[in-house]
Ligand binder design. Structure first.
Ligand SMILES: [Zn+2]
Ligand SMILES: [Zn+2]
Length: 583
């Protein structure tokens, strides 16, 4: 197996980490030590009475640097199961792995570096002189279950990061610092956008009035765009009989991720994991003709997934997800145009937010080796995959074919963006589905009076509101554009004598549907301005003698500073223009 140099450096540092830890705790038990994005980790079970704190990481790091300077060779050796069982006789985790390898008839290799031997399939660097001692750092300690299973023992994990050069490490750390400042969990609290309650439960975010404004503005915007395109809003309940998902195939697909709800009266429901099956039943409620198609439904409603308890956190992993979801029912010849129309909506939406420049598109097709993972006919799949490829070419999307990434019922175009941490997030999606309409026996009569199945196109533009808000908070570092800002402008009277006029200005703004606040506290102007900046309010208006005399306000912009004096009417006009343009 050939891997690049940085992988080998990171992997070798994991071994050096184990060596350094062994110097401190000679009886330590080793679990595994793989590479990860930007670095590596190793999991340990310490001997009784031994423990580490963050302080100790510095010392272990120092020991690692010392080991690097000793120019230690990494030597690969293939050994038999019997030899392996002897070498690792005091290492229970390694023994477990060795027995598994033997069962799978995998060859067993070890790497020796100095006095240390690790069960490992490599590859590694040849000698520690390939490691730059200024380009790695141990970052933190964490708990981790053996094999990620909470029924197993909790081990101690030590994380490290590593690069080829000191500069790369420096850049990474700077980026990380910036990302921490932008972290949506931190900003969500500081800007009072959402919260959690231990009584409500983890994984169930509560949106405050300010956070709700952002969600509602997003919803208004996306629904307007989609309504202009022909979508109609529908409402469906959060519960359904399991039968619905047995027909759609979601019962099998989500399995343990479904929430079940029952009552003493004998009800037995599941919380909906997706919206599509409910919407098919609105389509099915009346006879449909080819003249009615395409029919487009959308809703921004909650879906529920029973994520593993340890995996929820912030807005990115939650149990109740508000999904902006839509479905088109159309004839096979309408599909191509429909995909083009939907991709254009996605493009416009993300361009306006400044996110489009930094995207790539995945043409997510099936895993050809495992057809049993999907529903539907192979011919339909071929047709859909071909169609998406054609659209990608025509629109210049340059989509990358990703095998095994398709949905249960069909292939899709997935749009990927990078968040503030540089991590990839997949949000919008357009999916072609011949299978679901057949499963639910959805029909329309064609020109010749023959009954046929429509095609279903699933689409999400902003997807989950929770994840999208996390992305936006981090993308804008909390400084939302005017149209999304919970508070758009704050009025700041300098002294008591200015409060009456300030209140008039505030009333006028409120009546013009501008989200305004007034700070008529007795704080100094400097303090009031600082508060505006901390809350990242896009504009504030300073009111003093001159403004009262001229019947104006002085505008200060968050990003551009003083913008001079202007009448309130002109100010409202300026705001409305900026809100409409969504800059
Ligand atoms: Zn290794
Ligand atoms: Zn759907």
């Amino acid at each position: 197996m050939k891997k690049d140099k940085i992988h080998n450096i990171r992997h070798s540092l994991a071994h050096l980490l184990a060596m350094a830890v062994k110097e401190k705790d000679p009886e330590v038990k080793f679990a595994i030590g793989p590479t990860i994005d930007n670095g590596f980790y190793y999991d340990f079970e310490f001997s009784e009475g031994f423990s580490l704190s963050d302080k100790d990481l510095k010392d272990i790091q120092k020991r690692m640097k010392k080991l690097v300077s000793k120019k230690i060779d990494f030597v690969e050796k293939e050994i038999t199961e019997k030899e392996a069982l002897e070498i690792f006789k005091d290492q229970p985790y390694k023994l477990e792995l060795i027995k598994e390898f033997a069962q799978e008839n995998k060859k067993i290799t070890v790497y020796e570096s100095g006095s240390f031997t690790d069960l490992c399939e490599g590859p590694h660097i040849k000698n520690t002189e390939e490691i730059n001692t200024d380009a790695f750092k141990l970052t933190r300690l964490a708990g981790a279950y053996w094999r990620g299973d909470e029924k197993n023992i909790m081990l101690t994990r030590i994380y490290g990061i590593a690069f080829e050069t000191k500069e790369e490490l420096g850049e990474y750390l700077t980026r990380q610092e910036e990302a921490e400042k932008r972290d949506h969990r931190k900003l969500g609290k500081e800007l009072d956008l959402f919260c959690f309650s231990s009584i409500v439960g983890a994984g169930l975010p509560l949106f405050t009035p300010k956070g709700t404004v952002i969600k509602e503005e997003l919803q208004k915007h996306i629904e307007k765009v989609c309504r202009n395109y022909g979508f109609q809003t529908v409402i469906t309940p959060h519960l359904a009989k399991i039968d619905l998902y047995e027909i759609s195939g979601h019962a099998k697909k989500f399995g343990k991720e479904l929430f079940h709800v029952s009552s003493e009266a004998g009800h037995d429901f599941v919380m909906k994991p997706v919206q599509c099956p409910h919407q098919t039943q609105i389509y099915a409620s009346r006879p449909r003709s080819y003249k009615d198609l395409p029919i487009r439904y959308m809703e921004s409603e909650k879906q529920y997934r029973a994520e593993k308890t340890g995996e929820v956190g912030g807005l990115n992993r939650v149990y109740a997800i508000t999904v902006e979801d839509g479905h088109t029912f159309c004839t096979p010849d309408q599909v191509k145009n429909e995909i083009i129309g939907l991709v254009n909506i996605i493009k416009d939406f993300y361009t306006a937010l400044g996110l489009w420049d930094n995207h790539w598109v995945s043409l997510s097709v099936r895993d050809y080796a495992h057809p049993e993972k999907y529903i539907g006919e192979p011919e339909d799949w071929d047709l859909c995959e071909e169609m998406l490829q054609v659209v990608s070419n025509e629109l210049g999307l340059n989509a990358k074919r990703c095998e095994g990434e398709a949905a249960l019922y069909g292939p899709k175009l997935d749009f990927m963006f990078r968040d503030a941490m540089g991590k990839e997030v997949q949000i919008p999606t357009v999916q072609v589905d011949f299978a679901t309409p057949k499963k639910f026996n959805l029909l329309y009569t064609d020109k010749n009076g023959i009954e046929k199945h429509p095609v279903m196109v699933h689409r999400a533009v902003l997807g989950s509101y929770e994840r999208f808000m996390a992305l936006l908070i981090e993308h804008f570092a909390g400084a939302f554009p005017l149209w999304l800002s919970p508070i758009q402008v704050r009025v700041l009277p300098i002294a008591d004598t200015h409060k009456k006029y300030a209140a008039e200005v505030f009333e006028k703004l409120k009546n013009s549907e501008i989200r305004a606040e007034i700070d008529d506290s007795n704080e100094t102007l400097g303090k009031k301005i600082r508060n505006c900046k901390l809350q990242k309010i896009p504009y504030f208006l300073v009111i003093g003698d001159k403004e009262i005399e001229d019947k104006t306000v002085t505008i200060e912009s968050r990003s551009r500073g003083n913008e001079g004096s202007i009448s309130v009417d002109k100010l409202v006009e300026k705001f409305n223009k900026e809100i409409k343009e969504k800059k």
